[in-house]
Design a protein around this ligand. Structure first.
Ligand code: PSU
Ligand code: MN
Length: 290
């Protein structure tokens, strides 16, 4: 693959779908810099992943990132349509699935996001299950996430992760978090409180399995929502965007939720993503030092 790799083991991968499709345009560049700074606090470097003019890049320059953030249209790219975007020479924003796949090729072992994709609530009829899950079963990358986006079926997502053999461990939590909602009654495989012990486990597990794993880091307390407030917000958002399908579902719902919450979901989304980038930086550093 004509991958342009500017990264390696001392880098944390960051995705571009969160920036391009997950937050309003005006928030994207400031968020990118906050995420990068949070990674650097751990003593390692950020590598933003994206596709510019059909070329997949691990470690976008500031100019390349600015190009994507300013472009009229940037396709949301998962592992299924990455090759098409490359073939056509288009710009693409990478989801967790493509970010993990490209980062793994670039020698990166840690990625940070807000919330991974998963099993959609209507999966019984739509069969909509994010490519993020299958990719983690193929690529040895630890994804630091505030659980799974709670617009999904969180319990079903947890079951699929188990089926795929992807361990889900919590950082200072006993339950699988649901994005803006810190706690659920859904269990984890283990809890870690000590960053060095977490790093020792992650290093051994990635090498042992060649698969990915999930490090669940709950939304910062001050920004978190109760499950009741969240469900109310989601049901109002779903009524407002009933026509979205496939790749458009997640961005459409997130935008609607940010509007309906008067910005509180957006500030929670930013806060949790930054906290995840900080933990990912710390974890990446821990993988380098023995
Ligand atoms: N986390 C966020 N905001 C986002 C996403 C994650 O806080 O927009 C993106 C990620 O790129 C994730 C994608 O991979 O949503 C999942 O989309 P889908 O359900 O279509 O696979
Ligand atoms: Mn989907």
């Amino acid at each position: 693959m004509k991958l342009l790799n500017r990264a390696g083991a001392g880098f944390v991968a960051l995705e571009t779908t969160l920036l391009v499709h997950g937050v309003p345009r005006a928030e994207a560049a400031p968020l990118a810099y906050q995420l990068a700074d949070a990674v650097r606090e751990g003593g390692v470097q950020p590598a933003v992943v994206g596709v510019v003019d059909g070329r997949p890049i691990v470690g976008l320059t500031d100019d390349e990132l600015a190009t994507l953030l300013a472009a009229e249209h940037v396709e949301k790219v998962n592992t299924a349509n990455l090759g098409i975007i490359m073939h056509r020479g288009q710009h693409g924003a990478t989801t967790v699935s493509t970010t993990v796949e490209l980062a793994a090729r670039g020698g990166i072992r840690v990625m940070a996001t807000g919330g991974i994709g998963g099993v959609h609530r209507d999966f019984g009829s739509s069969l909509d299950i994010s490519g993020d899950l299958a990719t983690l079963a193929r690529c040895p990358v630890a994804v630091v996430t505030s659980g799974v986006k709670s617009l999904l079926d969180v319990r079903a997502t947890r079951e699929v992760l188990e089926t795929l053999g992807i361990p889900v461990v919590g950082y200072r939590t006993d339950s699988f978090p649901a994005f803006y909602v810190r706690e659920t009654d859904i269990p984890l495989d283990a809890r870690f409180d000590d960053p060095a012990e977490l790093a020792a486990f992650v290093r051994a597990e990635l090498a042992r399995t060649g698969r990915g794993l999930i490090v669940a880091n709950p939304c910062p307390l001050v920004e978190a929502m109760s499950a009741a407030v969240w469900e109310e917000l989601l049901s109002r958002a779903q009524k407002a965007v009933p026509e979205a399908h496939g790749r458009d579902v997640t961005p459409a719902l997130l935008a609607q939720i940010h509007a309906l919450s008067g910005g509180s979901s957006l500030s929670a989304n930013i806060a949790l993503a930054v906290a995840n980038a900080r933990l990912a930086g710390e974890l990446c550093h821990g993988l380098l030092v023995r």
